[in-house]
Design a protein around this ligand. Sequence first.
Ligand code: UD1
Ligand code: CA
Length: 455
Amino acid sequence: MQTIDIIILAAGKGTRMQSKLPKVLHSLAGEPLLSHVLGAAKTVHNAKTIVVTGFGAEQVESTIGNAADVFVTQPEQLGTGHAVQCALPHVRENSKVLILYGDVPLIAPQTISKMLDTVTDNQMGLLTVTLDNPSGYGRIIRDTDDNISAIIEQKDATKDQLRVNEVNTGVMALNSQQLMSWLPQIDNNNAQGEYYLTDLIAIARAASIRVQSIQPNSPSEVEGVNNRVQLSQLERAYQRDKAKQLMESGTSLADPERFDQRGELTVGTDNFIDINCIFEGDVTLGSNVHIGPNCQIINSTIGDGVEIKANTIIEDSVVGDNAILGPFARLRPGTELADNTKIGNFVETKKAKVGKGSKINHLSYVGDAELGAGVNVGAGTITCNYDGANKFKTTIGDNSFVGSNSTLVAPVKVADNSFVGAGSTITKDTEENSLAISRAKQRNIEGWQRPTKKN
Ligand code: UD1
Ligand code: CA
């Protein structure tokens, strides 16, 4: 078995991005462009990934870290051929080598595998695509037998060659021995004074090595990002694809053009997702989940039959079956809701375990808290979990009822089956089957004179 080495060119500054950030670190679906390419490369079993950096090399390396096996720096950008030359010391003998680009993020694993399959002792692979407007790309030149004989860059092409619609995507695959012996033959006698990787094709031809062309399933696979307009177009292509996969697997989307997935989304069936929802990180939805408009769900697991109403934000949380959330609820990290719970509008939870069937319906903050089953937390209840230095826990037992506008000063326990009178400030543990009330007694002052306006 031959080893597989994948070289990813990522040295460019990306001048047209108008940015201080290296181009390959700009985000698509919440991840750097380069991470997408590495993700596709990693689908090849045991492949070694070699990233060629240049502009912002340190920043690229520290951001990408272990996701790549090797980083090499190309000190000066002398062309794509020179960039690959810089990677050569890390290429193994008797490897299949695939060359990818850090700014071409949507290359598909299937295309990568087809490219590697083309490589034999007397054949290499080249990924080409036919475009209505081939302007700017290197043109694929074929002989009378339709075999590829050369790639001619736009700036070096004749009028006839410019009329060719089949273009070079830049992606190629070949044996490492050939790459090692051919690269030194490339010179920079061309319109741009660069070492063109594309010159390998004519060299292969001269060595009687056949160049087998492969086409991608979709043109977006080979589209590069040169500016922010192209970045936004590829982002939509990616999102449209994710939306399509979701719909095909049994989830309805109100509008696939207004759907954003930035990570892994795992779903059951018969879910409905309204417009402008964003899913980030690892999100799992059960079945029969209904999500209203403008919700953001981050690294969370949502059970079956859950209803998430408009403008709800859920982060690092677990939601049990048939819960009803929102509108305008905010579940912060560490929220764990059991089945049949209700978290209503303007309720914020954080590190809060809420037992089965419990309700926090309006305008509350519940943090560092553990609530039993069947609890009712009245409107405006606040767990005072922080004394300015440390955090403390509030416990509320099964079937207890906390009256509206209560403050529970932690550490404190509200016992099972107990009542807290509305407007109380609870600083001591309460007792089972009792009412805890701590508020000034009401006085009704007879004959009270209303203030009058002074002149
Ligand atoms: C290249 C191809 C062209 C193809 C096109 C597809 C060559 C000579 N031409 O042209 O046939 O149609 O891609 O998009 O290969 N890079 C480096 N170091 C360098 C030069 C480039 O890392 O010294 C990287 C760039 O960051 C970029 C990629 O290689 O990601 C392509 O380089 P670029 O100069 O944009 O090539 P094109 O002129 O577009
Ligand atoms: Ca160029």
